[in-house]
Design a protein around this ligand. Structure first.
Ligand code: HEM
Length: 407
């Protein structure tokens, strides 16, 4: 693969070369084009930590996600002539496409089990699931660190949060992984994957309509009324569960596998973490998230003109916030390409910021802490074959889907 050069530089998130390894592109963007215009998509790419940090904190309707936070190329190919209105209320898309008040009120329907106090009550369950996985996997000797360990644990937690039988965890994991595969030129077609996802989610709503009181998230969505007084159909209510279904399943396992791989590749760092697991793992966890978080960018559509670095972005145009570039911005993190378990991390953008800040942040941190701690408690030595690990090209989730490990 040839590296991008400054002379003939161009960046397109759906370019196969970018999808295979975006990091050298991000470096050039940060150094030379902090507000880079992609004519084909009428979209500006923001690559510096500080710019993304400041833009995402703006919550006055300048940016909306009315075209989705992860629009496919087919959406971006349409160039808007002025501000984009909200989508119609029916069929109601994922609530993140709306601004306040719909955005906040629907988000609240699903947020209770993900608040800090509720999540702290889940620690024993995550530990039990991690222990069960290790009981099964360690005698095997070789297995996939992403899918077989963190993958099943994260998907099991999603099943339990949403009221699905935990036996479905393997299927849910496979379904979400398949739906996140990005095609060169077009990105992730989440909408196309939805029928598969909704086969799991619609029955949750149907069951709550028949037997209320068992599932608070589904009950809240069924009781919810839009500003015109209408409620959600089963598919519309199920669609509001997509964020937990997808977000809860796909990111944590990749960070845990890649993070353990990095730690294991630095024996001096591993020894320091092992010396005091309780204190050190939560610190190492933050570096794992910075270094390994797979989501590359999220989009917003501009509704009011905004000027960044002397470039004025007009209503209807879009920005993409390159979070994965921000995570490696040398202006924020000295020597960013190095994994340093205890580097100071004062600010982090891996969970986003502002209005759309990750709903699952507390659960994600808990799961990573427990999965890493239990692994280090029980596994003295492990080997990863870099040539066998898979990091499929992606415009969205560029992470290690498969990390074969030998213990
Ligand atoms: C380390 C793991 C995770 C990372 C790095 C991560 C990252 C993110 C980011 C960057 C966003 C913001 C997207 C935007 O700005 O448009 C987000 C949103 C979201 N995340 Fe996570 N996430 C993680 C784990 C989880 C988990 C475990 C769940 C649920 C159980 C979850 C559920 C969500 C939901 C529902 C949203 C949408 C929020 C909204 O737009 O209102 N995430 N996540």
């Amino acid at each position: 693969m040839t590296s991008p050069t400054l002379q003939a530089f161009s960046y397109d998130p759906f370019d196969p070369a970018v999808m295979a390894d975006p990091l050298p592109y991000y470096r050039i963007l940060r150094d030379h084009h902090p507000v880079y215009y992609i004519d084909k998509w009428d979209t500006y790419a923001l690559s510096r930590f500080d710019d993304v940090w400041r833009v995402l904190e703006i919550n006055d309707g300048t940016f909306v996600a009315s075209e989705g936070t992860l629009p496919a190329a087919t959406v971006l190919a349409d160039h808007n002539d002025g501000p984009v209105p909200d989508p119609p209320l029916h069929p109601m898309p994922f609530h993140a496409n709306f601004d306040a008040p719909i955005y906040d009120t629907v988000r609240r329907c699903t947020s209770a089990p993900l608040r800090p106090r509720s999540v702290s009550g889940l620690a024993d369950r995550v530990r039990q699931l991690a222990g069960e996985r290790l009981d099964e996997l360690l005698p095997r000797g070789t297995f996939d660190l992403t899918q077989d360990y963190g993958g099943i644990v994260a998907a099991s937690m999603v099943c339990e949060l949403l009221g699905l039988p935990v036996e479905l965890a393997g299927e849910v994991l496979g379904t979400v992984n398949a739906g996140s595969m990005a095609q060169p030129g077009s990105g992730v077609e989440v909408a196309k994957a939805r029928p598969g996802y909704l086969e799991y989610l619609v029955p949750i709503i149907e069951r709550s309509r028949a037997v209320p009181g068992e599932n608070p998230i589904a009950d809240n969505l069924i009781a919810y009324r839009l500003p015109d007084g209408s409620g959600f159909s089963d598919v519309e209510a199920a669609t509001q569960l997509l964020g937990i279904f997808i977000g809860g399943t796909e990111t944590v396992p990749k960070i845990v596998a890649h993070g353990l791989w990095e730690l294991g590749s630095h024996p001096d760092q591993l020894a320091e973490v092992r010396a005091d697991l309780e204190a050190a793992v939560p610190v190492a966890r933050e570096e794992m998230i910075r270094y390994c978080a797979p989501a590359q960018w999220f989009a917003r559509t501009v509704r009011k003109p905004i000027t960044l670095h002397d470039t004025t972005i007009r209503p209807g145009q879009r920005i993409i916030t390159l979070l994965a570039s921000a995570n490696r911005d040398e202006r924020e993190y000295p020597d960013p390409e190095r994994f340093i378990w205890n580097r100071p991390i004062e600010r982090l953008l891996a969970f986003g910021r502002g209005q759309h800040f990750c709903l699952g942040v507390h659960l994600a941190r808990l799961e990573i802490t427990v999965l890493v701690t239990e692994w280090l408690k029980r596994v003295d030595d492990w080997r990863i074959d870099p040539a066998a690990a898979l990091r499929p090209p992606s415009s969205f989730q560029w992470g290690y889907n498969s990390v074969p490990v030998e213990v």
